[in-house]
Design a protein around this ligand. Sequence first.
Ligand code: DUC
Ligand code: ZN
Ligand code: ZN
Ligand code: ZN
Length: 484
Amino acid sequence: MTTVIKNGTIVTADLTYKADVKIEAGRIIEIGPNLSGDETLDASGCYVMPGGIDPHVHLEMPFMGTYSSDDFESGTRAALAGGTTMVVDFCLPDPGQSLLDALKRWDNKSTRANCDYSFHMSVTWWGEQVFNDMKTIVQEKGINTFKHFMAYKGALMVNDDEMFASFSRCAELGALPLVHAENGDVVAAMQQKLMDEGNNGPEGHAYSRPASVEGEATNRAIIIADMARVPLYVVHTSCEQAHEAIRRARQNGMRVYGEPLIQHLTLDESEYFNKDWDHSARRVMSPPFRNKQHQDSLWAGLSSGSLQVVATDHCAFTTDQKRTGAGDFRKIPNGTGGLEDRMPMLWTYGVATGRITMNEFVAVTSTNIAKILNVYPRKGAILVGADADIVVWDPKRSKTITAKNQQSAIDYNVFEGKEVTGLPRYTLTRGVVAIEEGTVKTQEGHGKFVSREPFTAVNKALSTWKELTAPRKVERTGIPASGV
Ligand code: DUC
Ligand code: ZN
Ligand code: ZN
Ligand code: ZN
């Protein structure tokens, strides 16, 4: 059985041209004019683009005493409805738990996925077992990325010595370390101070995590990565201070990547000062939303290339779950949704406003991610041989975002009321139509795990500082007698 996407304009990270796309057995088999096949999908007036990849989601994640409410079924259904055809979730071992045991839990949960997925492994503690497990994870389990939390003190946070050890191990194995960069010690102290002074509302969350704690941690992680001689991927880059550290490192030759979220690009800190407690609590995530200057910095990073990726950190909690933090903002589960809205929001606020081009849109939602995570060109490409993960994007189709019509399992949407123009006409996951003109035809369990190889050719991130890096023996004479 062959399917042809006809009469569309192909938009990739570097080209825009008119051609049909022919698909067989889940892959693209031909690209060219006047193709025919057993089934035809009409793409006239549409852009035919690589399906989105969301490199940062938390589905059914055990966190802050509860589980995030979108699981691999509803989460990937939401993804497909918004044009995203692959997600990367974070496997999260409990402190003391082996990485391989944690992975078994994630393997079980993910069997319900509607689209393809991959995992990052989190390093939440350090010891010989983690050191050994990391090798198995990279060489046998198809995972080449390791996440480190510099915040969540007393829970997920790792210290600098543990981070340096893990980064060094990543360098040996050809893996890429990721960081959640916020200074967890300072955040904990600020939280306590705010609570002691009676500031227990959701705005306390934002006050306890200012941009400077993110900037400091981003810079520290970059220096540690340079010492460990490994590239670095900074998740949810939300502020100018963090972006500035990334820019500076890149200018000095380091492979450092930054990932703004669609929420930080389009929503600001005023959300935390809403009179309605629920409104503000629903928007509590880490890092918190920032002001317009920070947003401008993130947009500038996307257009100039100093930031490479747009993600969601989709980690959805219901209003009831958020209410466990009434009277103590530290207990509000951190996280917001966004999987269904990332692509339409970025198109509306980025492409339609002229901030980024269509080709840049494809790069930051798909192609750059596939390259950084080492799954290009199987994913992130419209090329013969690539998986037929494709979105047929209708730039005229519009809607008002509302929780009433969303796929996500939660009872609100942080983008409620936003008008978006630019939506999928069709979303295809490995050649199978999952979304057609707003109708959901997803198949639970269709999604497959995507194995990612270690980085072999180049896995260095040396800065050009030319400091001493390797020990050099010095032949010395005249060593003074000690202890006299
Ligand atoms: N931030 C969130 O807001 N949620 C999940 C984890 C994180 O780092
Ligand atoms: Zn995080
Ligand atoms: Zn997060
Ligand atoms: Zn996250």
